[in-house]
Design a protein around this ligand. Structure first.
Ligand code: BGC
Length: 831
């Protein structure tokens, strides 16, 4: 018989009763038995366990182990046992978050005793029930890395997290393996800082370039969004912590995000706005989903049973928990704080929105009253609770994970550096301006953002990182020298302007203040001309920042401001007059206008908001250490007015829209531009390289579709430098019965790093659903009979190979439940 002294083990790890049980059951199954004599007690008088001749069932008999603690039992049984032990008061407390520690209005009302909680700066948590050993699950933002307070009172340690590239920059890699690794690194920080669930990734669709939070989101295309999200969720969750994919759904604008009613057709919802979530749920089972603030067709998303139960759970098979966005179901941020105001808790909980965040005292009271009066059906309460308890039981907090507070920030800095370099898109490169290697003269670096790179946007998507590498620091690290006169002008200007801007933000909503662009420093023509004499190359950075709470504007934001146009004009004229080149770096979070000025410069690099190592990442691409391989995940229109949602964007009334109608239907992004032949400045899927690729030999596995078809294609690096290429598969489906876009992205893959002359064969698969469109009056995804064209491109317009197959008979791929009934009459755009 094995004999193990568990007492010290238990003491050392001070693990919960449940964790002890887990340990015990493992020991039992490996043939260990134990004794109860003498029965030791811990400091609190709880029995501890020794291991001689004591059997598991003895614990039950002695009442020391409840069923829910027995990890050998099925999760559902343990959860039900726990629920049966809860008082109504405890049930109500579990269905509501514990408020936002550190956020005074709730701290004082809801948690008079609360300090900043277990992890200061986290966004909230679930209720702890000490008597049953149920831990509080800690949730924290966000999509570009863990957002917690970097410093704590009376504590000399620091708690910085890595600022990874923003969502758009990550997606621009089109590399799911890389995203998975970023997720692993991000999730490790979540776990090692004692957090259970990361509130991300954000995956709303880029419906319009002006959405203030587009930087947090991936793309205008649902397939790309879904695949990137799934890779990220799988990476983060591989650490044993959870994610919350958000904001479900159609949170495509920020202005009046808590009160805007989005009128969207069922087809546009299913094909565009829900499809990414569907892919992510099916391929990664995120632990949680966050419902959005807005209404869809007249009802808050957090109150829509069709969205949160019928479609999400019954049709897609989602197993996790749904939480509201913070104060979701109230129509403004003020509403929760007016006396007696309460969201429609019954509708929310009955819809399958299990947890109301961050949780308000009024909500708890309403839930308790409704449980007691029976207005909230016991079955509903039971369902919601079971999901919350399951989340708690599997959380690191529950198993008292001994987090280090010391994630490997050094290793993760390398992860973000590489990810940002791979997400950088080369938009233009005339006469091989880049890579640039000459170090004979200092670089003339213009644009205030060059000296103060924007690593990520504002709001909950921002990260408290230890440092941020600017462009000039990155270039300096790479061995370039920077013109000191320019540096001497820009740095003090930036410092002074930043103080003003930070003060302005503090007085305008703090975290939720919309950032304001700082006007460019005016440089005399003489200064610029003297730099054209002394430097071989000019760099100009154009910067943009935005964040939650409001959307961007057309003037001086989507369009360049006059001071920026003047800078580009003056620098280009002076440098070109001397036969020297100009490179523009776009340190932006969302799409801007490029067609009016792109011809004036020689090269354009788009690293987006590339995280804390941004300057190093851009320098890696600039110098050729990394060959660019990023591709646009959205369209850069020639002018804002070309945007398909231009006509109804932001809704009415514009200052505080209460209604917005998605008349653009399924024609979002390239689906619109390519079908309606509207020429963009840069198309979806576009991005250049320093090397060349040949795409050849497209072969389909069959000429007629049975249950799937695979396409294989060979990619060869025909240039002189090593590089990666993205292979994009666009499918054109027959459209006799249903109106369809000219083509849609249905699969993609990125090659390995191919050396000069090296080839790789890529295989892409088409499944039945890839052929189908959603046919509303039939409540089904249907693939039409006829000829399908497969086009393999390196952008949505640069098609390299085509092939066809046929579908003999119409295929009803999936039947659905009729959902999302319209609340007003309108029709979707048709071709
Ligand atoms: C944002 C969410 C975020 C939450 C918690 C909300 O304002 O919309 O994305 O996760 O706050 O910080």
């Amino acid at each position: 018989m094995n004999t193990i002294n568990l007492i010290n083990l238990m003491k050392n790890y001070s693990i919960s009763k449940i964790a002890k049980t887990a340990l015990l059951s493992t020991l039992i199954s490996s043939g260990v038995s134990w004794s109860k004599n003498p029965e030791p007690k811990d400091a609190n008088g709880n029995p501890l366990i020794t291991i001689k001749g004591y059997t598991f069932s003895d614990f039950n008999k002695n009442g020391k182990l409840d069923k829910y603690e027995d990890t050998r039992l099925a999760m559902a049984d343990r959860v039900q046992d726990l629920i049966s032990k809860l008082t109504d008061e405890e049930k109500a407390s579990l269905l509501i978050g514990i408020g936002m520690p550190g956020f005074d209005p709730i701290k004082f009302e809801f948690h008079p005793e609360a300090d900043l909680g277990k992890v200061p700066g986290a966004a909230g948590g679930t209720f702890e029930i000490k008597r049953l050993g149920l831990a509080s699950v800690i949730v924290s933002d966000g999509p570009a890395g863990l957002r917690i307070n970097p410093k704590r009172d009376k504590d000399s340690n620091t708690y910085y997290a890595t600022a990874f590239p923003v969502g758009t920059a990550l997606a621009s890699t089109w590399n799911t393996e890389l995203i998975n690794n970023v997720g692993k690194a991000m999730g490790n920080e979540v776990k090692e800082y004692g957090v259970d669930v990361l509130l991300g990734p954000g995956m709303n669709i880029h419906r319009n370039p002006l959405c203030g939070r587009n930087f947090e989101y991936y793309s205008e295309d649902p397939l790309l969004t879904g695949k990137i999200s799934a890779a990220m969720v799988n990476g983060i969750q591989s650490n044993g912590v959870g994610t919350s994919i958000k904001h479900f759904a159609a949170n495509n604008q920020e202005r009046n995000r808590m009160g805007v009613n989005a009128h969207i057709s069922e087809r546009a919802l299913r094909e565009i706005y829900l499809r990414g979530f569907e892919i992510s749920v099916k391929e990664a089972q995120p632990w949680t989903i966050m419902s959005s603030y807005n209404l869809i067709n007249g009802t808050y998303t957090s109150e829509r049973k069709d969205l949160l139960t019928t479609v999400l759970r019954n049709e897609w098979g989602f197993k996790g928990l749904v939480m509201t966005d913070w104060f979701g179901g109230y129509n403004s941020f003020m509403a929760p704080f007016s006396p007696n105001s309460v969201s429609n808790v019954n509708a929310q909980l009955s819809a399958g929105n299990d947890l109301l965040m961050p949780g308000m005292p009024n909500q708890k009271q309403a839930v308790l009253d409704n449980i007691k009066s029976g207005k909230l059906a016991p079955a509903v309460v039971n369902k919601d609770l079971s999901r919350i308890i399951e989340l708690i039981l599997k959380s690191p907090s529950m198993s008292k994970y001994n987090y280090s507070n010391k994630p490997n920030l050094k290793a993760n800095a390398e992860v973000t550096r590489q990810a940002a370099a791979e997400g950088t898109i080369l938009l233009k490169n005339d006469k091989n301006t880049l890579p640039f290697t000459s170090k004979s003269t200092p670089l003339a670096v213009f644009g205030l953002t060059s000296y103060d790179f924007i690593s990520g946007g504002t709001g909950s998507g921002d990260v408290n990182e230890a440092y941020s590498v600017s462009l000039i620091d990155g270039l300096t690290n790479a061995g370039f020298s920077i013109d000191t006169e320019l540096e001497g002008k820009y740095k003090p200007y930036n410092a002074a302007q930043n103080i003003i801007e930070m003060e302005r933000r503090k007085n305008n909503g703090g975290l939720l203040a919309t950032p304001k662009r700082i006007v460019e420093l005016e440089l005399s023509k003489e200064t610029i001309e003297s730099k054209a004499n002394s430097s071989e190359l000019a760099l100009i950075t154009i910067g943009r920042n935005a964040g939650e709470g409001d959307d961007r504007k057309v003037n001086e934001d989507f369009n360049l401001a006059a001071d920026e146009v003047a800078l580009i004009n003056n620098v280009s004229e002076a440098f070109h007059a001397k036969g020297k080149k100009v490179v523009v770096v776009l340190n932006i979070g969302g799409v801007i206008e490029t067609s009016s000025w792109k011809d004036k410069v020689d090269a354009i690099l788009l690293p987006w908001q590339p995280g804390q190592e941004g300057g190093n990442s851009v320098a890696d691409v600039f110098s050729g250490k990394v060959t660019p391989s990023g591709k646009l995940t959205m369209t850069f229109p020639a002018k804002y007015e070309d945007t398909p949602s231009f006509k109804n964007w932001i809704g009415t009334p514009t200052e505080n829209p209460t209604n917005v109608t998605y008349e653009d239907g399924i024609y979002v992004g390239y689906r619109y531009y390519n079908t309606f032949n509207v020429k963009p400045s840069y198309e979806f899927g576009y991005g250049l390289s320093y090397t060349n690729f040949e795409v050849s030999d497209l072969k389909l596995s069959a000429t007629s579709f049975a249950s799937k078809i695979t396409a294989t294609v060979t990619v060869k690096n025909t240039g002189k430098t090593a590089g990666k290429e993205v292979v994009e598969l666009y499918l054109s489906a027959p459209s006799k019965n249903t109106d369809k876009p000219s083509s849609e992205l249905k699969a993609f893959a990125k090659t390995n790093l191919l050396q000069a002359g090296e080839s790789q064969t890529i295989t892409l698969t088409l499944n039945p659903k890839d052929l189908a469109s959603f046919v509303t009056d039939k409540n089904a995804w249907i693939a039409e009979a006829g000829a399908y064209k497969v086009a393999i491109g390196t952008s949505s317009l640069n098609i390299k190979q085509t092939a066809s197959f046929s579908l003999a008979k119409e295929l009803v791929v999936e039947k659905t439940n009729s959902s999302f009934a319209a609340d007003v009459k309108f029709s979707d755009l048709k071709h």
